[in-house]
Write a protein that binds this ligand. Structure first.
Ligand code: GLN
Length: 197
């Protein structure tokens, strides 16, 4: 199978770190700034940054219809930190979940924790939280993959994977590898001519 083509939304935020990990895992990573950049991608990463800035950037670049088409085609999306917020039901609505911004409060703006994450093996994942959200509420189709102090911090709904932390800021590639596996099976399904999701 030719390389997976994964785009990283490059409106604002830490897109370069994601592209580096995706390349390490064998993907062809590209920056997404225009609707055309979203054509024929096998997966898309919406990185961390500032969710309000990212939402405005999506709007001013006219990216929303192409993002919706990508989602509706069942092509995987990984949202991290602000990217999780952008995917929630108050923004693009790719997740039946609401995120609480800066949820850990002023005392605990940035911290690291070892998390058990479903789907990446038994070894805990070192997670870097930076002014992170958590998932405040979610519907039954949202699978919680990891929690921190009882708050969901990694979730999956169909082809959408999201984390409140920054898996691109450590050298453990397992979270991105999970996403690449989702993108691989989505591409196999579409090559077999199966309908999305
Ligand atoms: N606090 C940011 C927001 O609310 C998210 C921080 C991040 O992505 N590291 O958008």
């Amino acid at each position: 199978m030719p390389e997976l083509r994964v785009g990283v939304l490059a409106v604002q935020g830490d897109f370069e770190a994601h592209a580096r990990i995706l390349r390490q895992l064998g993907a062809e990573a590209s920056e997404v700034r225009t609707p055309e950049d979203l054509e024929d991608l096998d997966g898309l990463v919406i990185p961390g940054g500032e969710s309000t800035t990212i939402v405005k950037g999506i709007e001013s670049a006219g990216l929303e219809p192409a993002l919706r088409a990508h989602h509706e085609a069942g092509r995987p999306i990984l949202g991290t930190c602000a990217g999780l917020i952008v995917c929630d039901s108050e923004h693009l609505g790719f997740l039946d979940a609401t995120a609480r911004r800066n949820a850990f409060g002023r005392q605990l703006q940035s911290f690291e924790a070892d998390l058990a994450v479903t789907g990446i093996g038994d070894e805990p994942l070192r997670a870097v939280f930076i002014r992170a959200p958590w998932v405040e509420s979610h519907g039954p189709e949202v699978e919680v993959l990891a929690t921190y102090e009882d708050h969901p911090v990694a979730v999956r709904q169909g082809a959408v994977l999201a984390a409140a932390f920054h898996p691109e800021l450590t050298d453990d590639p397992r979270f991105h590898a999970l996403f690449m596996a989702m993108a691989t099976s989505a591409r196999e399904r579409s090559e077999r001519g199966e309908v999305a999701r």
